[in-house]
Design a protein around this ligand. Structure first.
Ligand code: NDP
Ligand code: GDR
Length: 325
């Protein structure tokens, strides 16, 4: 069972599990949720089950209904900028939601030899303010946003339930990963979508916030492989998943414009304080040595390939929407 099935990672993970012969259930929230319809069209093999991370009884019912062997908890308020504006909601969903899911698993699976394996989507945002680089499993956390703080709670409570109740529970500390399925609110997709529209003459300017932060950007399709691998081991452990390479936001902008064949990208980009954050994470770069050694995991798609994939996809999507293709 995957929570967050309508998100970027949920969809890649569902495809991966389906390719391995799994029966895949996806937890969906709300009523008349337009993103749920998308799942019906894009991933018809997914069986949908109703539930919300804010509602423990709905999680218990979902587990009773689906009887899963593996639960991937990908649902969250995941947009850092939103977490500053809706901090309590973020704490409730992204933080306490993990506790609710762990409790539901305890109730559904029993206290002895609980058969349900649990994956928690932890984040490099937990590292926050730079304490050491590259960041690894042992690097101390110093979150810089309500989102990061909530993720630290989710991470720590997952460790605590593993230690206290012997649950097979582990966290992947994933660094930023992107794809053509990335939401338009995140900087990479915001950039590639704007570059596509500028290329097609549909837009002139891209308005961004801080261009200096550095991120370790990988491809989401590679990262869901690591999630699955973590749940196939004899013992549950936590892993950093990252490429080990870091780029500034401005490097991503330059690479996207260059790939689209547009020179003088500065002419098209302006900055607006609206898109700056009250506290920023300046530098993320991960050390995934443990994942290389124990999972045999390595990323396949590099930075330039990722940028190219996203720009090409957005040119196609925007051409189609504008009736140009
Ligand atoms: P998305 O923002 O694309 O997806 C978030 C998902 O959470 C959506 O399916 C959304 O459903 C669901 N959701 C939100 N609130 C609730 C709720 N109350 N109950 C149930 N479901 C809810 O995230 P990604 O796919 O990018 O990320 C997956 C996970 O990994 C998240 O937890 C994120 O924080 C974490 N992460 C992501 C990284 C990245 O770079 N992508 C890096 C590290 C961690 P709906 O469509 O109905 O709103
Ligand atoms: P991040 O991703 O905060 O790292 O969290 P995001 O793409 O939102 O920001 C990356 C960096 O770009 C800067 N930035 C802007 N960001 C956005 N969204 N929009 C802008 O206009 C803009 N201009 C500059 C940001 O300040 C930031 O430094 C993502 C999410 O997927 C989290 O859920 C996940 O846990 C982390 O990655 C790892």
């Amino acid at each position: 069972m995957i929570t967050g099935i309508t998100g970027q990672d949920g969809r890649y993970l569902a495809e991966l599990l389906n390719s391995k012969g799994y029966e895949v259930f996806g937890l969906v929230k709300g009523q008349n949720n337009p993103r749920v319809e998308l799942i019906g069209q894009e991933l018809p093999f997914v069986e949908l089950v109703s539930g919300d991370l804010q509602d423990l009884p709905s999680l218990v019912a979902a587990l009773e209904q689906t009887q899963p062997h593996e639960v991937y908890n990908l649902a969250a308020i995941s947009f850092v900028a939103l977490s500053f504006k809706q901090a309590e909601l973020t704490a409730n969903v992204t933080g306490l939601g993990v506790l609710r899911m762990l409790e539901a698993i305890r109730m559904a699976g029993g206290s002895q030899n609980n058969p349900i394996r649990f994956y928690q989507a932890s984040s490099s945002e937990m590292f926050g303010k730079v304490r050491e680089t590259p960041q690894r499993e042992t690097t101390p956390f110093y979150p810089r946003s309500p989102y990061g703080v909530a993720k630290v709670f989710g991470h720590d409570i997952t460790v605590n339930y593993r230690d206290s109740y012997g649950l097979y529970a582990c966290s992947g500390i994933l660094f930023n990963h992107e794809s053509p399925r990335r939401g338009l609110e995140f900087v990479t997709r915001k950039i590639t979508n704007a570059v596509a529209r500028i290329k097609l003459g549909l837009q002139d300017t891209l308005v961004l916030g801080d261009l200096e932060p550095r991120r370790d950007w990988g491809f989401a399709g590679d990262y869901v492989q690591a999630m699955w691998q973590m749940l196939q081991r004899d013992e549950p452990e936590d892993f950093v998943i990252a490429t080990g390479k870091t780029h500034r936001v401005r490097d991503f902008v330059a690479a996207a414009f260059t790939h689209a064949g547009i020179e003088d990208w500065e002419r098209h980009v302006t900055q607006d304080p609206r898109f700056f954050r009250p506290a920023e994470v300046d530098l993320l770069v991960g050390d995934a040595t443990k994942a290389h050694e124990k999972l045999g995991w390595k990323p396949e798609v590099d930075f330039d390939q990722l940028v190219a994939m996203m720009v090409d996809n957005d040119i196609e999507v925007e051409s189609r929407k504008a009736g140009l293709a």
